[in-house]
Design a protein around this ligand. Structure first.
Ligand SMILES: C[S@@+](CC[C@H](N)C(=O)[O-])C[C@H]1O[C@@H](n2cnc3c(N)ncnc32)[C@H](O)[C@@H]1O
Length: 366
């Protein structure tokens, strides 16, 4: 059996049809007609999967013969790969199945998929409907994922898709973490040089994941940079950011101290002198920062001004074949405008691709 990983890095838009669906990438006029099984395969590739993994999950749903299913799936995956719909990634040097299990577990820990009930429990305890009786309260807390099943399902969906859930080490959902893993696997497999950089760190989760990727694939000599004020976002100063107030008094959950972020790295056993936290406003730290070359530049800073400052100061440090990943393109008009303005000004021709409802990326030509 093939040990390759299959993954769909681009968001797929779906138009249901009677006997299946029409699927397409955002902004791409060509669509693909797929039946229900093929559509299910595409959905599974939302996360990196091996052929065995896809087959196992399909057989569970369709009660199909495993060998026949594997033949069908492999044929379909090859077709998708040859038409550029998905990528097939070879395992890393000396990669064992435990590597990807570790990364899978790490992603779920970072988004707090492991103890999600705690988040519902906190809001229950803060609510007006909390039971006065101790036993009733304890039972509600114990069974909260069943009693508040709808809220629970909603919460998990948010964690998949990167909608803000603040009681986790990252606001970035599983989909975007999977995408970062895809970027790193490409970088390592193709020997693209450079460090990883995140601008806009908050509790540190996405930066921690970037460092984990370097460690897991034996690339610890690369550095992970994480730049932030560590006191939240600045007040809006440009007309493009008018009306956006993400400062600490309005959004305390976006302001975590440098010490706290370092502590988070330590908890994951991922702190080292190859991790560099850069403290201060981007306008003050980035112009003179001695960093680079960069293989991954991840922007997660919400505002027009912050996004532009990162691009102006760091884009030229991204190497050919490197990835530029922007978290908030779909979430904030201001961020989108900064990216569009920058791409126009610099005449960037590499296509901008959607990861999910908010994240986008492009890859510098090799
Ligand atoms: C949405 S949060 C980042 C989320 C994070 N990447 C994660 O994994 O959850 C945005 C961060 O950007 C930082 N930030 C935004 N603009 C900044 C600027 N101009 N200078 C320094 N930090 C900035 C804020 O302090 C905040 O921590």
């Amino acid at each position: 059996m093939s040990k390759k990983w299959y993954f769909s890095p681009e968001k797929i838009v779906v138009q249901p049809e009677e006997d299946g669906a029409l699927v397409a990438h955002v902004g791409d006029p060509s669509s693909l007609k797929v039946n229900q099984v093929a559509f299910d395969v595409l959905q599974l590739l939302y996360e990196p999967q091996t052929l065995d993994g896809v087959v196992e999950q399909l057989c569970r749903v369709y009660d199909a013969d495993e060998e026949e299913c594997a033949r069908f799936v492999l044929h379909f995956l090859r077709e998708l790969e040859s038409t550029g719909w998905i990528v097939a990634l070879s395992p890393g040097r000396d990669e064992s199945p435990l590597n990807s299990r570790y990364l899978g577990l790490l992603k779920r820990v970072l988004v707090n998929w492991i103890y999600p009930e705690h988040e519902l429990q906190v809001s229950y305890l803060q609510s007006d409907y909390v039971a006065e009786d101790r036993l009733a309260r304890s039972r509600h807390l114990r069974d909260i994922s069943h009693i508040e099943a709808e809220k629970y399902a909603e919460l998990l969906e948010k964690k998949r898709h990167g909608f803000v859930t603040v009681l986790s080490h990252t606001l970035v959902g599983l989909r975007r973490l999977n995408h970062l893993e895809y970027c790193a696997r490409q970088i390592f497999a193709q020997g693209i040089p450079g460090d990883f950089f995140e601008a806009g760190v908050c509790q540190g989760g996405a930066s921690i994941f970037l460092r984990a990727l370097q460690v897991v694939f034996g690339e610890e000599q690369r550095r992970t940079w994480a730049a932030d004020s560590f006191e939240g976002l600045p007040p809006a100063a440009l007309p493009q950011d008018e009306g956006l107030d993400f400062t600490e008094p309005n959004y305390p959950w976006l302001a975590f101290s440098q010490e706290r972020v370092e502590e988070h790295f330590r908890r994951y056993d991922l702190w080292s002198d190859h991790v560099r936290l850069v403290k201060g406003w981007f306008s003050e730290t980035l112009p003179t920062l001695d960093c680079g070359p960069l293989a991954i530049l991840r922007l997660d800073a919400d505002l027009y001004q912050s996004t532009m400052e990162v691009l102006v100061n760091l884009y030229d440090k991204v190497v050919p074949g490197g990835f530029v990943v922007v978290d908030d393109y779909g979430a904030f008009q201001a961020c989108r405008l900064a990216v569009d303005d920058f791409r126009i000004e610099r005449n960037i021709q590499e296509p901008l691709k959607w990861i999910d409802w908010s994240g986008v990326y492009w890859r510098k030509n090799c």
